[in-house]
Design a protein around this ligand. Structure first.
Ligand code: COA
Length: 540
């Protein structure tokens, strides 16, 4: 593959302006992540109480489970950002992927210092998303359970619907049946919904003195039966390991429990991360020829100024080598083959508005990757598909639809990174969340919405001007509509708004993108080759 020739002038004032803007965005991201790690707002007392009970903080628990030196790809760290007065940092649950005896596992760990580890709407969404990642990537799940179950004041948003609590238990049962180990360590009071996580697990360890499982806690038992009983006598580790059999092992401390868990995970007969199944072409990795930190100087500080996708690719892929497909045609999408950490990958990247030719080129390339069984990486930075009479007469609707259909039906692993704007149907054609990429990460400069704030304000004011209420709407009212719409779109397209609602799997610093994708590809490489689909009907 040929090496990309960079045209970036790293000494230019533009490069310096971009660098300072993007370094600041990355610093803000790290600050916000640290805020979440430190416990969000107003949790000092519950952290103190947790530690006084000899309990370990949630991220330290994960550290004690995974191998020394294992990466931990934490997912949706900023879930619930800005919601619930920031008193539910990370949605009170930590999810991610780490190695245990060299085998990758998804870890789902409740943070009992946040509302007793109970689950608010974003917590259940995060839990279910982690299970879906496990299913698609063929990973076992380790549950570090310390949870009061559903967050009762919001029960209508966490209990009844398809992807609510019931959906998490449905997934757990099916993951187990798919041969993906479901392992639980019970570290605190697990009531009602919290009780079913261990009860549905393949193997369960309980920590004596702190771990408890009951369908109804002592207050409910007292109210229902008049029975007065201590928590440990009702559902402690001794009761469940020696009498009921709900638990399989008892440990005297968290340290002992994690030692036992690691021992159990070693005997689950899962493929190691470095044991690829062999379907995905892999060679020795090579670092990019251009320094990934130059990404800061390339991503435009001003989102109205475009930046070249090829320059981004040059800083993500091995040796900055890229075999570009159809480079002289449909230039607003760049497609081609490259390697990331040695794994072959097909890249589809936007260079602005998607025209018909670009949509057709992308469709052709996606089909090539599908036929050759090469995973697809989408680098999304587009304001959408082209509009206007020329575009309509050229069939942009059906050509865009071809691309959307090809993306929807591609059965090879797909990954998406929002590197800039993710607007309109461009978001769909470039494998947005609705198209089930295995992972979707976003950069802190990204924006996601139906359209930009500027366009939305024009559209909505025009609609009001031309609509039934036109006569009764003054110029001042139109100005107010424009202002409100602009503010709404600016707020809602902010990447923190998006990541808070788990529209992505996390915001990442651009310089970490290559390593994150390398891990994601390694997960796919250790699975068997995904079965191809039956084919698509394209509207010609
Ligand atoms: N819904 C809403 N809030 C809950 C909750 C739940 N299911 N479980 C715990 N909380 C809150 C508590 O109100 C308390 O909030 P505060 O800090 O604002 O006062 C905080 O979480 C800590 O709870 P606390 O009982 O003080 O902690 P603990 O460590 O002594 O006990 C539990 C933790 C989970 C064992 C205990 O709170 C409990 O049994 N909760 C109820 C569980 C239940 O009945 N769930 C039904 C789910 S369907």
């Amino acid at each position: 593959m040929r090496r990309i020739e960079s045209r970036i002038d790293t000494g230019s004032s533009q490069f310096a302006t971009n660098t300072s803007a993007n370094v600041e965005l990355a610093a803000t991201l790290r600050e916000r992540q640290q805020f979440v790690i430190d416990g969000g707002r107003g949790r000092a007392r519950s952290i103190e109480r947790h530690l006084a009970r000899n309990k370990v903080m949630v991220r330290d628990r994960i550290d004690m489970v995974i191998d020394d030196g294992s990466p931990f790809l934490e997912l949706s760290m900023l879930a619930a950002w800005g919601l619930h007065d920031d008193e539910v940092p990370g949605a009170g649950i930590v999810t991610g992927i780490g190695l245990v005896h060299g085998r990758p596992y998804v870890l789902i760990a409740n943070d009992a210092t946040v509302k007793g580890g109970s689950l608010v709407p974003m917590s259940i969404k995060k839990h279910v998303r982690a299970q879906d990642i496990a299913a698609e990537n063929g990973l076992g799940v380790i549950y570090l359970v310390d949870s009061g179950g559903a967050f009762l004041p919001l029960q209508d948003e966490v209990f009844p619907d398809k992807d609510h609590f019931g959906g998490s238990f449905y997934r757990q049962a099916r993951l187990s049946a798919a041969g993906l180990p479901q392992m639980s360590v019970v570290l605190g009071g697990c009531t009602a919904g919290g009780a079913y996580v261990p009860a549905l697990s393949d193997e369960v360890i309980m920590v004596n003195g702190t771990g408890r499982i009951f369908l109804g806690g002592p207050p409910i038992v007292k109210a229902a039966l008049g029975e007065i009983i201590e928590p440990d006598d009702l559902g402690g580790a001794e009761v469940h390991t020696r009498i009921s059999g709900v638990s399989d092992y008892i440990a005297d401390s968290e340290t002992e429990a994690y030692g036992r868990l690691r021992e159990l995970c070693e005997a689950t007969n899962q493929r190691r991360i470095d044991d690829p199944a062999g379907w995905l072409d892999h060679i020795d990795p090579e670092p990019p020829a251009f320094d990934p930190s130059e990404l800061y100087g390339i991503i435009s500080a001003d989102d109205r100024i475009p930046f070249d996708a090829t320059e981004i690719i040059a800083r993500l892929v091995d040796g900055s080598r890229f075999s570009e497909f159809k480079p002289e045609w449909g230039e607003t999408i760049v497609c081609g083959f490259a390697r990331i950490w040695g794994h072959l990958v097909g890249i589809v990247a936007n260079n602005g508005i998607i025209f018909s030719e670009a949509a057709l080129k992308a469709t052709h390339f996606i089909e090539l990757c599908e036929q050759r069984r090469v995973p697809l990486l989408f680098l999304q930075n587009t304001s959408g598909y082209m509009v206007g009479s020329d575009a309509e007469r050229g069939g942009i609707a059906k050509n865009g639809a071809k691309m959307v259909a090809a993306v929807a039906n591609a059965t090879v692993p797909k990954y998406t990174v929002l590197t800039g704007g993710a607007y309109g149907a461009g978001n769909y054609g470039m494998c947005g969340r609705g198209f089930n990429p295995r992972f979707l990460f976003a950069w802190p400069n990204s924006r996601i919405a139906t359209m930009s704030a500027e366009t939305a304000q024009t559209v909505l004011v025009d609609i009001r001007r031309g609509g039934l209420k036109a006569d009764e709407t003054s110029d001042e009212q139109l100005d107010a509509i424009a202002r409100e719409v602009r503010e709404q779109y600016e707020t809602q397209s902010d990447p923190y708004y998006a990541t808070s609602r788990i529209w992505d799997d996390g915001l990442i610093d651009p310089v970490d993108t290559r390593d994150v994708l390398g891990l994601c590809l390694a997960l796919a490489a250790r699975q068997d080759e995904p079965a191809p689909g039956p084919g698509i009907v394209y509207r010609m």
